[in-house]
Design a protein around this ligand. Structure first.
Ligand code: GAP
Length: 449
């Protein structure tokens, strides 16, 4: 396999804009700092990623239920969860330029990173990460509400609402995908740290005596999942936390080697019974569970897997972006996004070789048939070589060309993105062939067409 060259984040950002994956939000007004919109390819990649997570966590398991809870919850939720008191960062302000920085980031620096002024910082002040708003027309203290900073609390408060109708017994889990908001002080690195983002969270409720076992179980399940997405596993690390968040008894981060450094994609936490005990205390409703098999009452422990959709998507793009020598001309390179075909926004490009002799009509018919099954892209612009390059860069795993022979014998060529191998197949075998190649795809280009 061709050697992967390190691409800088700038190149990835440019590709994302060029191909319609991700671009600056409100761009025509100069953009909003660290806020991004997902374009036609980005939204498909995001949908595919979330769908694979949901399939793994909910569809394939009888012991996990799904939920979609509200973004705005009762303000007491955030007092009980500890966010109102604990979700703060100490900040210092430069007395010269009035920029604010995390005190931790400046622990070893005495100079303002922006204006260069020396020894002129204020004493650290606490800065709240919760986004605040008001419910109703009156902006008063009692109408204060928060945008959720994590989806997890919507799961905890609904423990009984989900468990009872679903007739679940412990151990069982509740999964949710949704937006979360944090007024981050230092957002950055493209979509890595933003103020509005999506989480994929699963909370698994267990007997306290089994929490360690389930923590190890979920670590392994999550490792397998990242591997199934086609990640180069040498770029992923499991980092054990020494310093724990206020709710956690044990924590592990799954980290990815981004061009800007090794950074967190997902956290796996043993939260003990902190959350349910706190909601019991603040709501006055019992969260005790009667375990019939054990003849025992207890507040369940929670093992949490908490991943970021946007961060995982960014890591997938970084991992997939490859520049390699062109076949037959080592002086030229091609840019390829080697996404797993299951994740790729467009499954197939469909090209009539020329725009005449019945080829476009045949290609259009194939396009509308394949659209029933997956996203495809019809392209009749420019040489076949250029059309291949465009789809390589967009991450499209298969390209179908309709040529003169197609009109005679009803066959087309399918070209695979990573190996660039081409085979001829009958038109009614295209969809089956694409499914087969998708199942057989390997990160190291081991697909044998
Ligand atoms: N419920 C636990 C929790 O929210 P967290 O480590 O604060 O834990 C979980 O967040 C995941 O959410 C992170 O691993 C990351 O993928 C994502 N995430 C958190 N803050 C983010 C931000 N500002 N921008 C993008 N993703 C973020």
């Amino acid at each position: 396999m061709a050697k992967k060259e390190n691409k800088t984040m700038n190149e990835l950002v440019a590709l994302c804009k060029r191909r319609g994956y991700i671009f600056q939000s409100s761009e025509i007004y100069g953009g909003v700092a660290s806020t991004y919109d997902y374009g036609p390819l980005g939204v498909e990649l995001k949908r595919n990623l979330k769908e694979l997570w949901w399939r793994e966590m909910v569809q394939l398991r009888s012991d996990i239920e799904g939920i979609d809870s509200a973004i705005i919850m009762h303000p007491k939720v955030w007092i009980a969860s500890g966010h109102v008191d604990e979700f703060v960062d100490p900040l210092v302000e430069c007395k010269e330029c009035h920029r604010r920085f995390k005190a931790d980031d400046l622990a070893t620096v005495e100079q303002c990173p922006v204006c260069g002024s020396k020894d002129s910082f204020t004493e650290p002040k606490l800065f709240h990460l919760l986004f605040q708003t008001y419910m109703g027309p009156v902006q008063s203290e009692e109408n204060k509400a928060y945008l959720r900073p994590e989806t997890a609390q919507g799961i905890y408060v609904n423990f009984e609402n989900v468990r009872t109708p679903a007739r679940q017994k412990l151990p069982f889990g509740i999964a949710q995908i949704g937006k979360a908001f944090r007024n981050e002080i230092t957002p950055g690195n493209f979509t890595f740290r933003t103020r509005e983002f999506e989480q994929m969270e699963m909370q698994f409720f267990v007997h306290p005596g089994e929490a360690d076992e389930w923590f190890d179980y979920w670590k392994e399940e999550r490792r397998k999942w990242y591997s199934s997405l086609g990640f180069s596993m040498e770029n992923l690390t499991f980092h054990v936390h020494e310093k724990l968040a206020h709710y956690a008894r044990a924590a592990i981060d799954i980290e990815y080697d981004f061009p800007f450094g090794r950074s967190e994609l997902e956290g796996i936490h043993n939260r003990g019974n902190f959350d349910l005990s706190r909601h019991q205390e603040f709501s006055g409703k019992s969260f005790e569970y009667f375990d019939q098999a054990r003849d025992e009452k207890y507040i369940p422990y929670i093992i949490e897997t908490s991943g970021g959709v946007d961060r995982c998507l960014l890591a997938l793009l970084v991992d997939a972006l490859v520049e390699e020598p062109e076949e037959g001309d080592p002086n030229k390179t091609r840019t390829v996004l080697k996404l797993h075909p299951r994740l790729a926004p467009t499954k197939a490009g469909i090209f009539p070789l020329v725009n005449r002799d019945g080829m476009p009509e045949m290609a259009k018919k194939i396009e509308s048939e394949l659209r029933e099954k997956f996203m495809v892209f019809y392209d009749d612009g420019g040489s076949i070589g250029r059309r291949y390059r465009r789809q390589d860069e967009a991450g499209t795993p298969f390209c179908i060309t309709i040529d003169g022979q197609s009109l005679e014998d009803g066959t087309v060529t399918i070209r695979e993105r990573d190996t660039m191998v081409q085979v001829r197949v009958a038109i009614d075998a295209i969809a089956g062939m694409i499914d087969k190649y998708t199942d057989e795809w390997r990160r190291d280009g081991g697909l044998s067409i």
